[in-house]
Ligand binder design. Structure first.
Ligand SMILES: O=C(O)CCC(=O)C(=O)O
Ligand SMILES: [Fe+2]
Length: 371
């Protein structure tokens, strides 16, 4: 039997948006459709509300001899870090950024030639999680799954090779980096890549291939009342994010600390752990809630490589991390199944697959208590 495609998850749960895509570059006054009311609630405070939190995410040199341990600490305490010495050529990053800028600056009628359909993952459109919110986000996105050829040929019928070559080269670099990071993260959990058969498995067919998300945040006439991308966790193992020189990404650090802004760090890539890494680590590695804000004058672009497991693999807590004292916290699910659950339950998705361990140890003796 063939394994499920990632896009199946989307086909099963079409994106039902009643809003038309708005050309944000021509809007002078924030429309009601994009005006968010921020409650004093922890997840939904104004993006600008907590700028006094000056903590910054860890910066990890991947060539450091202690990289594995440092990554382990960052994953436990933050679920996000800056990676330097990642070996991805700067000129390639710059080229992808230019390719993204070229795409988003096309006139709207051209971008709509590759509009994401309600039941597909790839193409141009609003953020997919928009269906969970009554207000629209101040951003536009373009998702590439596998080869960008089909869409690029529609956008630039006579001149699509350069775009495709650049994107494919970047996907290759991202795949290598993700594999290196997986080795370090598994190592920090006391597991080797060889223990986990699917890590480093052969390429999957193109349609299940690497996914890249380009996000564009145009300048906004009223940034304090707008939201670039609403708070969410990523439904992947890990994401590798590059943000242009403009800040916007924030991670949630818990009730007492609130939101921390991830200031762009020259030459660094942001590594964000997703829900599937939280599951693999049996809850010990964080999958941080994050969001993006916008600003009055600067355009911001982010490029996010989405790293997930092969589609046929059922993800569950790594057996090496599970024992009588540490029962598995989540039931197994493939990436595609999990995306389907996320598309239905959004921020309750993990709770939905959480196992209710009836017998929990209270302390080190062998007594058990019924939950
Ligand atoms: O633009 C950003 O910094 C955040 C993007 C993001 O979280 C996503 O695409 O999942
Ligand atoms: Fe995200």
């Amino acid at each position: 039997m063939s394994s499920p495609l990632l896009s199946d998850a989307f086909r099963a749960r079409p994106l039902n948006l009643n809003h038309k895509i708005v050309d944000l570059s021509s809007v002078e006054i924030l429309p009601d459709s994009h005006a968010w009311t921020f409650e004093a609630n922890k997840y939904n405070s104004s993006c600008r509300g907590n700028m006094s939190n000056l903590e910054s995410i860890p910066i990890i040199d991947l060539n450091d001899e202690n990289a594995k341990e440092l990554i382990g600490l960052a994953c436990k305490n933050w679920g996000v870090f800056h990676a330097i010495n990642h070996n991805v050529p700067k000129n390639l990053i710059d080229e992808v950024e230019l390719a993204g800028e070229r795409l988003f600056s096309l006139p709207m009628h051209q971008k709509l030639l590759v509009e994401r359909t309600p039941n597909s993952m790839s193409g141009y459109g609003v953020v997919r999680i928009s269906s969970f919110f009554s207000k629209l986000m101040w951003s536009e996105g373009f998702t590439i799954v596998g080869s960008p050829l089909e869409h690029a040929a529609k956008l630039w019928p006579h001149d699509y090779h350069k775009f495709c070559d650049t994107i494919e080269e970047y996907q290759k670099e991202m795949k290598n980096l993700a594999s290196r990071l997986m080795g370090l993260m598994l190592g920090s959990l006391g597991v080797t890549k060889d223990d986990v058969k699917w890590v480093g498995a052969k390429d999957e067919p193109k349609e299940r291939g690497p996914a890249l998300q380009l996000n564009s945040y145009p300048p906004c006439p009223d940034p304090n009342r707008a939201m670039g991308m609403a708070a969410h966790t990523d439904s992947t193992i890990l994401n590798i994010l590059h943000q242009s020189n403009t800040s916007g990404l924030q991670v949630f650090r818990g009730d007492n600390t609130g939101w921390t802004t991830v200031q762009p760090h020259p030459g660094a890539l942001v590594i964000l752990l997703g829900d599937l890494m939280h599951i693999l680590s049996n809850g010990s590695y964080l999958n941080p809630l994050h969001r993006a804000f916008v600003n009055l004058t600067q355009h911001r672009l982010s490029m996010v490589y989405l790293h997930g497991p092969p589609s046929s693999v059922k993800i569950s807590p790594l057996p090496q991390l599970v024992d009588h004292h540490n029962p598995p916290l989540y039931r197994p699910a493939t990436w595609s199944e999990y995306l389907g659950i996320k598309a239905q339950y959004f921020d309750k998705a993990l709770t939905t697959i959480r196992l209710r361990n009836e017998f929990m140890d209270t302390d080190d003796d062998d007594s058990v208590k019924i939950d």
